[in-house]
Design a protein around this ligand. Structure first.
Ligand SMILES: NC(=O)c1ccc[n+]([C@@H]2O[C@H](COP(=O)([O-])OP(=O)(O)OC[C@H]3O[C@@H](n4cnc5c(N)ncnc54)[C@H](O)[C@@H]3O)[C@@H](O)[C@H]2O)c1
Length: 409
């Protein structure tokens, strides 16, 4: 324990410009230690004293959390939240060039500028599959809590090069679970994906559904991780929770994903393609809601569970484009094309299980999320006419389609 006291109630993240200000306390009010540095963090912390009880009570108090993929979009946001509430964080990330390494480096710089104390935030650059590197890290840091976000993401690139997905996602996760059980980790929370529902015919995805028909190596790798997690729970009583994220977006969001690309292209007057009449609908989740769900899962040592983390309602492609136009103040140049075979009209997350077992509820509407993301985009990239950060050739200049919206994460 490094001199930071925790409130007995569980702090819950909300974006600092959340209009539900009555729920919010300033970060200083929440901290009981004056030297805790999180004043400039884009998050504030809220105590929900009247929170509904969950079957597994949250662990309260200090943690040292290993955040893999902590230079990436979701990992860096989770790390920021954990540090802001007083936990210590160890980040491991190989900082690969799936998208611009400058973006990942700037995520780490952002964290370091907020939390300069190296005893609270340690950053390691390396591959989670590297046995000696990871063993040394565990022996030195001895994290008892793991938030495993590192993975090769992206569906289409996984079809082009499945082997790096098998390496980072399946071998990497197996390696981490081996270390987790050997070092007596309390809780192993990891990122799965809504992509596991890819072969599903239903439109309201529930965890009870059979997902034995993944339609890409990426989806198969996430399903494999869920199966391995069960095995580690069965063999070694490792507490594991798999989190199936539904398209996550927001400030610092991944440049290969539709929300960022739509905002970027519409802002720069570059054409987007719309397949069908725009009525197809998807579930998009704002980053602070996802971070809250991840942290709730870290705090609760479920034995073995799979959770959907989404907004729980869909937004049509047409509304999506309209909102981006409204908040960028620019008209989209839309090339309307016929429906693609296999498109489904409506897909979204059933989040009842996460609500009951984690106390999770999304709070940021899609319009509010887009408004905040556009504000961030304008600040970060507003004067730049160049396409931003999409590093891989397979993503550069690729036309957007409703298929992309469904299959990118
Ligand atoms: N963003 C979404 O909408 C979404 C949706 C579903 C699932 N997910 C999953 O959530 C997790 C985080 O996603 P994100 O959007 O932040 O992606 P991201 O690409 O921004 O972050 C992943 C990070 O993992 C690192 N990494 C990859 N392989 C590694 C390895 N072998 N060793 C060490 N580091 C490695 C990368 O360098 C990257 O910084 C991923 O597991 C992803 O599959 C994301």
């Amino acid at each position: 324990m490094k001199g930071i006291q925790h409130a007995n109630s569980m702090p819950v993240l909300c974006p600092s410009d959340d209009d539900s200000a009555s729920r919010s306390t300033s970060s200083n009010e929440n901290s009981t230690n004056g030297d805790m540095k999180h004043a400039e963090s884009s998050f504030c912390l809220t105590d929900l004293n009247e929170e509904a009880e969950t079957p597994v009570a949250p662990h309260v108090g200090y943690k040292k959390v290993l955040v893999t993929g902590g230079a990436g979009f979701i990992g860096s946001n989770v790390a920021e939240y954990l540090l802001a509430r007083g936990d210590d964080v160890v980040i491991v990330d190989e900082i690969n060039d799936y998208y611009s390494v400058d973006i990942k480096q700037s995520n780490l710089d952002h964290l370091r500028s907020l939390f300069p104390d190296e005893s609270r935030l340690s950053i390691y650059k390396g591959d989670i599959c590297d046995e000696k590197f990871m063993l040394d890290l565990f022996e030195k840091e001895r994290p008892k809590w793991i938030c495993h976000m590192a993975a090769r993401a992206g569906v289409r690139p996984s079809i082009q090069d499945p082997y790096i997905y098998i390496h980072s996602n399946i071998k990497g996760t197996t390696h981490l679970m081996e270390l987790a059980h050997k070092f007596g980790v309390e809780n192993f929370v990891f990122a799965s994906s809504s992509s596991v529902y890819g072969g599903s015919k239903s439109s309201y995805f529930s965890e009870s559904e059979n997902v034995d028909n993944p339609v890409s190596p990426y989806a198969a790798s996430k399903k494999a991780c869920e199966l391995l997690a069960y095995t580690y729970h069965h063999l070694y009583n490792l507490n594991t929770s798999a989190l199936r994220f539904f398209t996550v977006y927001g400030p610092r969001g991944r440049p290969d994903m539709a929300p960022f690309k739509f905002i970027d292209r519409i802002s720069r007057g570059v054409e987007i393609q719309q397949f069908g009449d725009g009525s197809s609908s998807r579930d998009y989740t704002y980053i602070s809601d996802i971070v809250e769900g991840v942290v709730r899962a870290i705090d609760r040592r479920h034995k073995y569970e799979v959770f959907n983390l989404g907004k729980g309602s869909g937004t049509s492609l047409k509304d999506f484009i309209d909102l981006v136009q409204k908040h960028t103040g620019k008209s989209a140049i839309i090339n309307v094309l016929p429906d693609q075979p296999g498109d489904v009209p409506y897909t979204c997350a059933d989040v009842n299980k996460a609500s009951k077992l984690l106390g999770y509820n999304s709070t940021v509407s899609f319009e509010e999320g887009i408004k905040r993301t556009v504000a961030w985009y304008n600040q970060a990239h507003g004067t730049n006419d160049e396409s931003v950060g999409c590093a891989t050739a397979s993503h550069m200049g690729r036309a957007l389609s409703i298929i992309d919206l469904d299959r990118e994460c």
